[in-house]
Ligand binder design. Sequence first.
Ligand code: UDP
Length: 313
Amino acid sequence: MKALVAGGAGFIGSHLCARLLKEGHRVVCIDSLITGNKDNISALIGHPDFEFILHDVCQPVGVQAELIFHLASPASPPGYLIYPVQTSMVNSLGTHNLLELAKRNGARFLLASTSETYGDPLVHPQREDYWGNVNPIGIRSCYDESKRFGESLTMTYVRQFDLDARIIRIFNTYGPNSDPNDGRLVPNFTTQALRGEPITIYGTGLQTRSLCYVSDLVEGIIRAMFFEDTKGDVFNLGMPDERTVLEFAQVIKSLAHSESPIVFRSHISEDDPSRRRPNIDKAIVKLQWTPQVDLEDGLSATIEWFRKRLSET
Ligand code: UDP
Protein backbone atom coordinates (compact mmCIF):
# COMPACT_ATOMS: atom_id res chain seq x y z
CA MET A 1 0.00 0.00 0.00
CA LYS A 2 1.05 3.62 -0.29
CA ALA A 3 1.64 5.29 3.07
CA LEU A 4 2.16 8.94 3.91
CA VAL A 5 4.10 9.49 7.14
CA ALA A 6 3.85 13.12 8.28
CA GLY A 7 6.72 13.75 10.67
CA GLY A 8 8.59 10.86 9.09
CA ALA A 9 12.04 12.36 9.74
CA GLY A 10 11.39 12.55 13.47
CA PHE A 11 12.48 10.06 16.07
CA ILE A 12 9.44 7.75 15.96
CA GLY A 13 8.42 8.62 12.38
CA SER A 14 11.78 7.50 10.99
CA HIS A 15 11.43 4.07 12.62
CA LEU A 16 7.89 3.82 11.29
CA CYS A 17 9.04 4.64 7.71
CA ALA A 18 11.72 1.93 7.94
CA ARG A 19 9.24 -0.63 9.22
CA LEU A 20 6.68 0.14 6.51
CA LEU A 21 9.33 -0.19 3.79
CA LYS A 22 10.45 -3.48 5.28
CA GLU A 23 6.89 -4.75 4.98
CA GLY A 24 6.79 -3.85 1.30
CA HIS A 25 4.79 -0.61 1.42
CA ARG A 26 5.60 2.52 -0.55
CA VAL A 27 6.35 5.43 1.78
CA VAL A 28 6.10 9.17 1.29
CA CYS A 29 7.76 10.92 4.21
CA ILE A 30 6.78 14.55 4.78
CA ASP A 31 8.64 16.65 7.30
CA SER A 32 9.25 20.37 7.84
CA LEU A 33 12.51 19.44 9.62
CA ILE A 34 11.94 22.00 12.40
CA THR A 35 12.55 19.27 14.94
CA GLY A 36 12.95 16.28 12.61
CA ASN A 37 16.36 15.45 11.21
CA LYS A 38 17.26 14.16 7.75
CA ASP A 39 20.02 12.03 9.31
CA ASN A 40 17.25 9.84 10.75
CA ILE A 41 16.18 8.82 7.24
CA SER A 42 19.59 8.86 5.51
CA ALA A 43 19.53 5.05 5.28
CA LEU A 44 16.14 5.19 3.53
CA ILE A 45 16.94 7.83 0.94
CA GLY A 46 17.62 6.09 -2.37
CA HIS A 47 15.25 3.22 -1.55
CA PRO A 48 13.05 2.83 -4.67
CA ASP A 49 9.86 2.86 -2.59
CA PHE A 50 10.79 5.86 -0.44
CA GLU A 51 10.23 9.52 -1.14
CA PHE A 52 11.03 12.49 1.09
CA ILE A 53 9.14 15.78 0.74
CA LEU A 54 10.23 18.85 2.68
CA HIS A 55 6.86 20.35 3.60
CA ASP A 56 4.92 21.78 6.52
CA VAL A 57 1.55 20.03 6.77
CA CYS A 58 0.02 23.32 7.91
CA GLN A 59 0.06 24.00 4.16
CA PRO A 60 -2.31 21.84 2.10
CA VAL A 61 -0.91 18.43 1.17
CA GLY A 62 -1.47 17.05 -2.34
CA VAL A 63 -0.05 13.54 -2.01
CA GLN A 64 -2.12 10.47 -2.84
CA ALA A 65 -1.97 7.72 -0.24
CA GLU A 66 -4.04 4.87 1.14
CA LEU A 67 -2.60 5.16 4.67
CA ILE A 68 -1.95 8.45 6.46
CA PHE A 69 0.06 8.52 9.67
CA HIS A 70 0.13 11.93 11.39
CA LEU A 71 3.19 12.17 13.62
CA ALA A 72 4.17 15.72 12.63
CA SER A 73 4.71 17.82 15.75
CA PRO A 74 7.50 18.95 18.02
CA ALA A 75 7.15 16.45 20.87
CA SER A 76 9.71 17.08 23.59
CA PRO A 77 8.93 19.77 26.17
CA PRO A 78 11.95 21.90 25.14
CA GLY A 79 11.05 21.33 21.46
CA TYR A 80 7.51 22.57 21.74
CA LEU A 81 8.47 25.41 24.04
CA ILE A 82 10.86 26.72 21.37
CA TYR A 83 8.13 26.35 18.70
CA PRO A 84 4.87 26.92 20.59
CA VAL A 85 2.87 28.47 17.73
CA GLN A 86 4.07 25.90 15.19
CA THR A 87 3.14 23.18 17.70
CA SER A 88 -0.37 24.54 18.20
CA MET A 89 -0.85 24.89 14.46
CA VAL A 90 0.51 21.54 13.27
CA ASN A 91 -1.77 19.72 15.71
CA SER A 92 -4.82 21.73 14.71
CA LEU A 93 -4.52 23.09 11.16
CA GLY A 94 -2.06 20.35 10.19
CA THR A 95 -4.41 17.68 11.50
CA HIS A 96 -7.27 19.27 9.57
CA ASN A 97 -5.27 19.24 6.32
CA LEU A 98 -4.36 15.58 6.75
CA LEU A 99 -7.91 14.57 7.71
CA GLU A 100 -9.19 16.32 4.58
CA LEU A 101 -6.57 14.48 2.54
CA ALA A 102 -7.67 11.16 4.06
CA LYS A 103 -11.30 11.99 3.30
CA ARG A 104 -10.52 12.85 -0.35
CA ASN A 105 -8.35 9.74 -0.77
CA GLY A 106 -10.64 7.37 1.13
CA ALA A 107 -7.52 6.59 3.18
CA ARG A 108 -7.06 5.08 6.61
CA PHE A 109 -5.83 7.67 9.10
CA LEU A 110 -3.89 7.42 12.35
CA LEU A 111 -3.34 10.36 14.68
CA ALA A 112 -0.31 10.16 16.95
CA SER A 113 -1.53 11.81 20.11
CA THR A 114 0.13 11.81 23.49
CA SER A 115 -0.09 10.89 27.15
CA GLU A 116 0.11 14.66 27.70
CA THR A 117 -3.59 14.78 26.89
CA TYR A 118 -4.01 13.44 30.46
CA GLY A 119 -2.05 16.42 31.83
CA ASP A 120 -1.02 15.98 35.47
CA PRO A 121 -3.32 13.01 35.99
CA LEU A 122 -5.59 12.63 38.99
CA VAL A 123 -6.32 9.02 38.02
CA HIS A 124 -3.52 6.50 38.04
CA PRO A 125 -2.67 4.57 35.92
CA GLN A 126 -4.34 6.32 33.01
CA ARG A 127 -7.00 4.53 30.98
CA GLU A 128 -8.26 5.81 27.66
CA ASP A 129 -11.60 6.85 29.17
CA TYR A 130 -9.93 9.25 31.65
CA TRP A 131 -10.51 12.85 30.49
CA GLY A 132 -7.36 14.29 31.98
CA ASN A 133 -6.27 17.18 34.13
CA VAL A 134 -4.84 19.76 31.78
CA ASN A 135 -4.03 23.41 32.39
CA PRO A 136 -5.54 25.06 29.28
CA ILE A 137 -3.41 28.21 29.59
CA GLY A 138 -0.24 26.64 30.98
CA ILE A 139 3.13 26.63 29.29
CA ARG A 140 2.58 23.10 27.93
CA SER A 141 -0.87 23.87 26.59
CA CYS A 142 0.47 24.64 23.10
CA TYR A 143 1.13 20.91 22.96
CA ASP A 144 -1.43 19.17 25.13
CA GLU A 145 -4.43 21.31 24.23
CA SER A 146 -3.64 21.21 20.51
CA LYS A 147 -3.31 17.43 20.69
CA ARG A 148 -6.66 17.31 22.47
CA PHE A 149 -8.16 19.44 19.70
CA GLY A 150 -6.58 17.13 17.10
CA GLU A 151 -8.22 14.16 18.83
CA SER A 152 -11.56 15.94 18.86
CA LEU A 153 -11.31 16.81 15.16
CA THR A 154 -10.32 13.26 14.28
CA MET A 155 -13.34 11.84 16.10
CA THR A 156 -15.55 14.42 14.40
CA TYR A 157 -14.35 13.16 11.00
CA VAL A 158 -15.11 9.60 12.08
CA ARG A 159 -18.63 10.56 13.15
CA GLN A 160 -19.50 13.05 10.44
CA PHE A 161 -17.73 11.53 7.43
CA ASP A 162 -17.31 7.92 8.54
CA LEU A 163 -13.55 8.33 8.11
CA ASP A 164 -11.55 5.21 8.93
CA ALA A 165 -9.43 6.91 11.62
CA ARG A 166 -7.94 5.92 14.96
CA ILE A 167 -5.89 7.65 17.66
CA ILE A 168 -2.92 6.43 19.63
CA ARG A 169 -1.70 8.13 22.80
CA ILE A 170 2.05 7.71 22.96
CA PHE A 171 3.65 7.53 26.39
CA ASN A 172 7.35 8.22 26.97
CA THR A 173 9.35 6.44 24.28
CA TYR A 174 13.10 6.13 23.79
CA GLY A 175 15.63 4.56 21.46
CA PRO A 176 18.00 5.29 18.57
CA ASN A 177 17.33 8.40 16.43
CA SER A 178 16.20 10.46 19.42
CA ASP A 179 17.72 13.91 19.37
CA PRO A 180 20.61 14.16 21.89
CA ASN A 181 19.73 17.83 22.39
CA ASP A 182 15.98 17.58 22.79
CA GLY A 183 16.20 17.84 26.55
CA ARG A 184 14.28 14.67 27.42
CA LEU A 185 15.15 12.26 30.16
CA VAL A 186 16.84 9.47 28.17
CA PRO A 187 18.85 11.64 25.75
CA ASN A 188 19.91 13.96 28.59
CA PHE A 189 20.88 11.29 31.09
CA THR A 190 22.59 9.16 28.44
CA THR A 191 24.70 11.93 26.92
CA GLN A 192 25.56 13.22 30.40
CA ALA A 193 26.57 9.74 31.56
CA LEU A 194 28.68 9.09 28.45
CA ARG A 195 30.44 12.45 28.70
CA GLY A 196 31.08 12.07 32.43
CA GLU A 197 29.02 15.18 33.10
CA PRO A 198 26.60 15.52 36.05
CA ILE A 199 23.28 13.72 35.49
CA THR A 200 20.68 16.42 36.14
CA ILE A 201 17.52 15.47 37.97
CA TYR A 202 14.84 18.16 37.98
CA GLY A 203 13.12 18.35 41.36
CA THR A 204 13.24 15.45 43.78
CA GLY A 205 13.49 12.72 41.15
CA LEU A 206 10.50 11.03 42.77
CA GLN A 207 8.22 11.89 39.85
CA THR A 208 7.51 8.75 37.82
CA ARG A 209 7.49 7.76 34.18
CA SER A 210 7.47 4.50 32.27
CA LEU A 211 9.64 4.14 29.20
CA CYS A 212 8.74 2.21 26.05
CA TYR A 213 11.36 1.11 23.52
CA VAL A 214 10.72 2.50 20.05
CA SER A 215 10.43 -0.86 18.21
CA ASP A 216 7.62 -1.86 20.57
CA LEU A 217 5.85 1.42 19.99
CA VAL A 218 6.09 1.04 16.19
CA GLU A 219 4.60 -2.45 16.45
CA GLY A 220 1.66 -0.92 18.32
CA ILE A 221 1.25 1.80 15.68
CA ILE A 222 1.22 -0.78 12.89
CA ARG A 223 -1.38 -2.90 14.66
CA ALA A 224 -3.59 0.10 15.44
CA MET A 225 -3.53 1.10 11.77
CA PHE A 226 -3.95 -2.32 10.16
CA PHE A 227 -6.15 -4.26 12.56
CA GLU A 228 -9.77 -4.40 11.50
CA ASP A 229 -12.43 -2.90 13.74
CA THR A 230 -10.23 -0.08 15.08
CA LYS A 231 -12.13 2.80 13.44
CA GLY A 232 -12.83 5.46 16.08
CA ASP A 233 -10.67 3.73 18.69
CA VAL A 234 -8.18 5.38 21.04
CA PHE A 235 -5.26 3.30 22.32
CA ASN A 236 -2.69 4.03 24.98
CA LEU A 237 0.68 2.77 23.75
CA GLY A 238 3.46 2.69 26.31
CA MET A 239 5.28 0.65 28.87
CA PRO A 240 3.48 -0.06 32.16
CA ASP A 241 6.80 -0.55 34.04
CA GLU A 242 6.70 2.63 36.18
CA ARG A 243 9.85 3.92 37.88
CA THR A 244 11.05 7.14 39.41
CA VAL A 245 13.21 9.56 37.47
CA LEU A 246 15.95 8.91 40.04
CA GLU A 247 15.82 5.17 39.27
CA PHE A 248 16.17 5.88 35.54
CA ALA A 249 19.24 8.02 36.29
CA GLN A 250 20.79 5.22 38.34
CA VAL A 251 20.09 2.53 35.72
CA ILE A 252 21.48 4.63 32.86
CA LYS A 253 24.57 5.56 34.87
CA SER A 254 25.20 1.91 35.70
CA LEU A 255 24.59 0.57 32.15
CA ALA A 256 26.87 3.27 30.70
CA HIS A 257 29.58 2.40 33.27
CA SER A 258 29.70 6.08 34.08
CA GLU A 259 31.35 7.93 36.95
CA SER A 260 28.98 10.91 36.55
CA PRO A 261 27.54 12.33 39.78
CA ILE A 262 23.75 12.47 40.00
CA VAL A 263 22.76 16.03 40.89
CA PHE A 264 19.42 17.60 41.78
CA ARG A 265 18.33 20.84 40.13
CA SER A 266 15.63 22.80 41.92
CA HIS A 267 14.21 24.02 38.63
CA ILE A 268 11.36 21.79 37.55
CA SER A 269 9.35 22.71 34.50
CA GLU A 270 5.89 24.12 35.06
CA ASP A 271 3.09 21.53 34.93
CA ASP A 272 5.59 18.63 34.97
CA PRO A 273 3.34 15.63 35.69
CA SER A 274 4.24 13.95 38.98
CA ARG A 275 3.11 10.46 37.92
CA ARG A 276 2.54 8.79 34.60
CA ARG A 277 1.86 5.18 33.68
CA PRO A 278 -0.37 3.84 30.94
CA ASN A 279 -3.10 1.31 31.44
CA ILE A 280 -2.67 -0.71 28.21
CA ASP A 281 -5.45 -3.25 28.75
CA LYS A 282 -7.28 -2.08 25.66
CA ALA A 283 -4.24 -2.54 23.39
CA ILE A 284 -3.58 -5.94 24.96
CA VAL A 285 -7.11 -7.12 24.26
CA LYS A 286 -7.84 -5.50 20.92
CA LEU A 287 -4.38 -5.37 19.32
CA GLN A 288 -2.80 -8.31 21.19
CA TRP A 289 0.03 -5.86 21.85
CA THR A 290 2.40 -5.67 24.79
CA PRO A 291 5.90 -4.18 24.92
CA GLN A 292 8.53 -6.91 24.53
CA VAL A 293 11.79 -5.05 25.19
CA ASP A 294 12.65 -4.67 28.86
CA LEU A 295 14.17 -1.48 30.19
CA GLU A 296 17.73 -2.72 30.60
CA ASP A 297 17.90 -4.20 27.07
CA GLY A 298 16.36 -1.13 25.47
CA LEU A 299 18.58 1.27 27.37
CA SER A 300 21.71 -0.75 26.54
CA ALA A 301 20.91 -0.55 22.81
CA THR A 302 20.15 3.16 23.12
CA ILE A 303 23.34 3.91 25.04
CA GLU A 304 25.36 2.14 22.32
CA TRP A 305 23.65 4.22 19.63
CA PHE A 306 24.40 7.46 21.53
CA ARG A 307 28.00 6.33 22.15
CA LYS A 308 28.53 5.85 18.41
CA ARG A 309 26.82 9.10 17.57
CA LEU A 310 28.81 11.13 20.10
CA SER A 311 32.06 9.61 18.81
CA GLU A 312 31.19 10.79 15.29
CA THR A 313 30.53 14.41 16.28
N1 UDP B 1 13.92 15.19 33.64
C1 UDP B 1 14.97 15.35 34.51
N2 UDP B 1 16.19 15.72 34.02
C2 UDP B 1 16.42 15.90 32.68
C3 UDP B 1 15.34 15.71 31.78
C4 UDP B 1 14.09 15.37 32.28
O1 UDP B 1 14.82 15.19 35.73
O2 UDP B 1 17.57 16.22 32.32
C5 UDP B 1 12.60 14.80 34.17
C6 UDP B 1 11.48 15.77 33.80
O3 UDP B 1 11.40 16.84 34.75
C7 UDP B 1 10.26 14.86 33.88
C8 UDP B 1 10.81 13.50 33.44
O4 UDP B 1 12.22 13.58 33.61
O5 UDP B 1 9.79 14.76 35.20
C9 UDP B 1 10.49 13.16 32.00
O6 UDP B 1 10.80 14.29 31.22
P1 UDP B 1 10.81 14.28 29.64
O7 UDP B 1 11.25 15.64 29.21
O8 UDP B 1 11.59 13.12 29.13
O9 UDP B 1 9.31 14.05 29.14
P2 UDP B 1 7.85 14.34 29.74
O10 UDP B 1 7.42 13.05 30.32
O11 UDP B 1 7.93 15.42 30.79
O12 UDP B 1 7.07 14.75 28.56
